[in-house]
Structure formats: C-alpha cells, structure tokens
Design a protein around this ligand. Structure first.
Ligand SMILES: [Cu+2]
Length: 282
C-alpha cells in the first residue's frame, strides 16, 4: 500500500506530484485544491515571518484555499431597513462557494475546524459571531440600531477577505428612533473581531488562529496596522492575514485588537478597539 503510493508519487517529478498525491488522500484533503486556481508551491511559500515575544509566537499564513470567485450578497434585511422587534430574517445569496463543504488546504487539520464545513459568520455590533450553514436563517436582535457584518468563512473559520465576500450594513429593529448620527460610518476604516472564540482543547489548542476583519482599509508596513495585545504582550500586525498563535497558556487568554495609523494612533470607529477572552483547556 505504502509502496504503491510511493511508486505513484515517483512517476511524476517536481512539486506538482506532491500536490496530486496529497489530493488523492481520503477524507480531509479531498477538496484541498477545489477553491484555489493556482497550485500552491508549498506551505511556507506564502507565509510571513513569525514574531515571538514572551513565549507567544505569531505566524501569518497565506496558503489557504483562496476561493477568489466566491461571492456573497445579503438580500434581506435591506440596508437601513426598519424591522419589527424580535427575530430578524436573513437571506443571503452565495455563489461560487459551497456552504457545508470542507475547505481543505494545509491548515484545516491543524486548527479548530467545523465538522459542518464552510459557513457564514454573522456579526452584530461586533459581538461574537454566529455561524450559519444555510443562506436563510433568523436571529434574535434587540430593539435599536445595529451594525451587521457578514462574511464567508472557510470550514476552519478563516474569513474570505476579498471584496464581494462580505457585507456591512446598518439595520434598525423595533420602534426605537434611529440615532441622529448612524452608530458606524460604513465608508470609514473599520475593524471587526472574529477569532479566537470560546474554548480550545486537545490538538486544537496547539495552534490557535487569530483572524479579524477589515473594511475600507488594509494593513501595510508604514501604514495602518493592527496592534494585537495578547495576554499583555504587544504585536504590531502589518499584514491583513490570519495568524497562528502558539505558546498560549492553559486557562483564560485575552486578545485586544486596535486599528491604528502609521503613528500608532487609534483610528476612530466604534469597534476599532476590542478586547475578547477565550479559553485554552488544560
Ligand atoms: Cu467559523
């Protein structure tokens, strides 16, 4: 068995053979290349440099399946809508991206992965997201004005970051009069928190993904950046990428994210500073 696999691999030379043999593995890797249009040359090629401080290591990675054609549109509720109190009905149109499918790629097996596959992250007022595996669902939202960010997510919770894969809008629920100034400027640079969330245990706790969402800005050296303070240790992130966090202690961990400009000054925005906790099970 092992010998025949080796023979199969050795029949073709170069990196391409590695990719094809990998994709012939059962189960977890079946859809590894489904969403990427160009074969990956290797898992480290598009990854950034690690940063390490106080025993915490952060490594950006960019070699996930890309799904560049994936599109998500929110058909309801419409932007600026005033809706009755109670449950809000959401209706998305998703194209070139299959909800409930496993994303594959090199990171699916090494980080927390949803057994239910790809999904939508729905974030109201920068609260912890709810995950949705259908394009239609209802969600209880209190009366008042609210900010709704939605985006497509890989099965292991990494967001799709291209234009067309997200939606940001303001909605009004109930009879509360809308504030004179909307609670967010949807055209300004805005940061939203996505992962980590809840509790990580066993193998999932070895590498924990930090993933956040940016609207109307990106990050670059010498430009806007995200200051991530993890258990009191500061990291300056100058790439909008997911980051693997390693070396986190058991127990409660704290992540603070701030969207800052080139001089390190916070950029105004309702969610551009956020602090969240999550748990690493012993
Ligand atoms: Cu998710």
């Amino acid at each position: 068995m092992k010998r025949s696999l080796w023979l199969l691999c050795s029949t073709t030379l170069a990196l391409a053979s590695l990719a094809s043999c990998e994709s012939s593995k059962p189960a977890t890797d079946v859809s590894a290349s489904a969403g990427s249009t160009t074969p990956s040359a290797g898992r480290s090629s598009s990854n950034g440099e690690s940063m390490e401080s106080n025993g915490i290591r952060l490594t950006p990675f960019g070699d996930s399946p890309k799904f560049p054609e994936a599109q998500m549109q929110l058909r309801a509720p419409i932007s600026g809508a005033t809706l009755p109190s109670g449950d809000v009905a959401f209706d998305y149109q998703v194209t070139n991206f299959q909800l409930t499918k496993m994303s594959g790629g090199p990171h699916m097996a090494e980080m927390a992965n949803s057994m239910k596959g790809q999904h939508i992250h729905n974030i109201v007022d920068n609260q912890p997201y709810t995950a949705h595996y259908d394009t239609r669902f209802t969600k209880a939202i209190p009366d008042g004005q609210h900010v709704v960010l939605s985006f497509l997510s890989r099965s292991y919770h990494e967001s799709l970051k291209h234009r067309g894969a997200y939606d940001l809008r303001v909605i009004n629920v109930g009879n509360t009069p809308a504030p004179a100034t909307p609670i967010i400027d949807v055209k300004a640079p805005n940061l939203f928190y996505s992962r980590p969330k809840d509790t990580y245990s066993g193998a999932d706790a070895k590498r924990i993904m930090l993933d956040f969402y940016l609207v109307n800005t990106t990050l670059e050296p010498g430009g806007n950046r995200v200051r991530a303070t993890i258990n009191g240790t500061e990291f300056m992130l100058d790439k909008w990428m997911p980051y693997q966090m390693e070396g986190l202690p058991a127990g409660e961990n704290t992540v603070k994210l701030e969207l800052v400009d080139a001089s390190g000054t916070m950029i105004p925005g309702p969610y551009n500073s956020v602090t969240r906790t999550f748990t690493v099970a012993p």
